[in-house]
Design a protein around this ligand. Sequence first.
Ligand code: WTA
Length: 629
Amino acid sequence: MRIKTFEEYQVAYKQSVDDPEGFWAEVAQQFVWRKPWKKVLSWDFTEANIKWFEGGVMNITENALDRHLADKGDQVALIWESNDPEDKAISITYRVLFDQVCRFANVLKKHGVQKGDRVCIYLPMVPELSVAVLACARIGAIHSVVFGGFSAKSIADRINDAECTMVITSDGAFRGNKVIPMKATVDEALVQCDTVKHVIVMTRTRTPVSMLKGRDLWWEDEVKLVDSVCAAEPMDAEDILFILYTSGSTGKPKGVVHTCGGYMIFAAYTFTNVFQYEPGEIHFCTADIGWITGHSYIVYGPLCCGATSVIFEGVPTYPDASRFWKIIEKHKVNILYTAPTAIRSLMSFGLDYVNGHDLSSLTKLGSVGEPINEEAWHWYKTNIGADDCPLVDTWWQTETGGIMISPLAGITPEKPTFASLPLPGIQPVLVDESGNEIEGNGVSGNLCIKFPWPGIIRTTYGDHERAKQTYFSAYPGMYFTGDGCLRDEDGYYRITGRVDDVLNVSGHRIGTAEVENAINMHLGVVESAVVGYPHDIKGQGIYAYVIAEKSVHDPEMFKKDIAATVSRIIGPIAKPDKVQFVTGLPKTRSGKIMRRILKKISEGDVNNLGDTSTLLDPAVVDDIKKGAL
Ligand code: WTA
């Protein structure tokens, strides 16, 4: 399954394009199947119907756990590093993880969870999060992990959309020097949800919680009441494995659906190849399991490859900005996979925090989540990788299930800030505004993919039409990524950022419409418009233009109140960085806000606003310019 040279990559790539079914069938054969598939691939991008390995019967946990027991039972599967550096780290072997997953799967079953039921998981980065995810997969329940930073309302929306019957959470969470309530937030959410029958609560912070009789259960008690034998549920390759909500340019977040067989193969294949994973290596992905990066490269990808994966509960700057480097030294981490925003943040603290730590165990570095700027790329490569570790800039999305465009570590020649070349099986194309494919090199356009790969999104939960509209209608016959992209003279790809109304703030995907809706809910707000502006650390910051009902007497206080509202409606990650009060917004005669103008103003580029003659009231623009922050 692993490509070892650039020539092998070229051969594999060609084979994957000439004969995609043969190529992926060969990869799939290296996994455990209860029953072989009947058909490798059937697809129709017009209807957004894509099926891989149909008729094949399997369970991803047999691939992630059972099959390693014979020869890797005593190897460490997960290393857990607590928020508090003084706490002892926990190492969990494959055998112990298997036991914990089976036990917890039995707890779920005992409380009525069946194949196909949806389970919402809202937990901090503790080993139990991986256990809960895998326990769902074991019995064929569909997990929907919600990132711990989301508000009660966001949890409720996600629970209701998927009609979850169970929630798994903790009393609280430790994050840096803060203790964050989790169960209380779930309780607030559940006031709006009537499908949930049980809540399982694990103890983490010993924060007092209310436990409702008949509904709420303690994790620690429940696992004692069941045994550890739990046969894996036979799953069709196209049965749903999980739902993960992500933001788009319009409306509410949508539930991206991934299925069992294709996702498994794609997560594992990309993990092995991009990181050139060698048996015994320690892999540290710093993402949260609440995002796709954590699903694919903390849980499923590494475990399906029998790797050792680090789970870190805390933040890179607690107790200070040397935490990552201390973890690398302590656990002799070989692969570090993190986000540009973390690198830029740590870079800003200076090298004193890096120096003096033994980072010599590192063999490979990775970046994900947003475009990496030249300065951060070099700082990472030189100061963390000692100019000796390959650095892979991996481009992909929640919807793609796994890495799509990336160097293979140490194999593909690197170019700073370029995600470089497509992985075998991935056929990127650049298209112009009218949907024509732009051929040749040295060109830019919107990035589409013209052929399915096993990890592609299957639908948006409960609303197939939305998936069709969002991904397959802009450019008929292709999957549209929402990203702009450049292909240089050598055919290397560089992702330039979203071309739709999606922001990327510290690597988190946030829709401008979502933030606007939240701001508009605040008392005294008439209307708002949100754009992204360049931010040194976060990549993009959130700039909100707000029309208030009355004249604003205490703008600072009003801004804080707006931030509190956004935190409450979405979560703290969506709080605006800048709020400018305006008397009007630049609208066309048909009432459409001209974001292009607002974006320029937020970037400080006020002298190049372009044509404003189609505006209903061009004078508005001068006022906004004057008050720009
Ligand atoms: C952006 C995260 C440039 C991109 C895995 C994409 C990147 C969105 C990169 C998906 C990269 C991700 N270079 N941009 N290496 N990786 N992106 O769904 O805009 O949270 O569309 O998935 O992040 O974000 P998501």
